[in-house]
Write a protein that binds this ligand. Structure first.
Ligand SMILES: [Zn+2]
Length: 95
């Protein structure tokens, strides 16, 4: 049995250049808030984006308390979330 909602949040990407560090884990995000990009000096993780990450984690926790567990043969839906530093989130669902 698995949780109905699984979050896969990791990595840091610069919105202004091609810098990324996909080895960064979500637990490390507090250290990255307002950190400048080593390549172009842009803000790598704005407080608005970090707030969104925390919101998504909370929502997933609450959803997993409310919804019943999945059996492992149930179809999974993958949703991606893009953030660009403004606090806006762009959701995309892949079947
Ligand atoms: Zn950059």
């Amino acid at each position: 049995m698995t949780n109905p909602v699984e979050l896969n949040i990791y990595g840091i990407k610069c919105d202004s250049c091609d810098f990324n560090d996909m080895a960064v884990q979500v637990n490390d995000y507090p250290e990255w808030v307002n950190k400048p990009c080593p390549k172009c000096n842009a803000n790598l993780l704005t407080e608005a984006d970090y707030k969104n990450v925390k919101l998504l984690i909370k929502l997933a926790e609450i959803t997993n308390i409310i919804l019943p567990k999945n059996s492992s043969d149930e179809e999974k839906v993958t949703m991606t979330v893009e953030m660009n530093g403004t606090g806006e989130m762009d959701f995309d669902i892949k079947g």
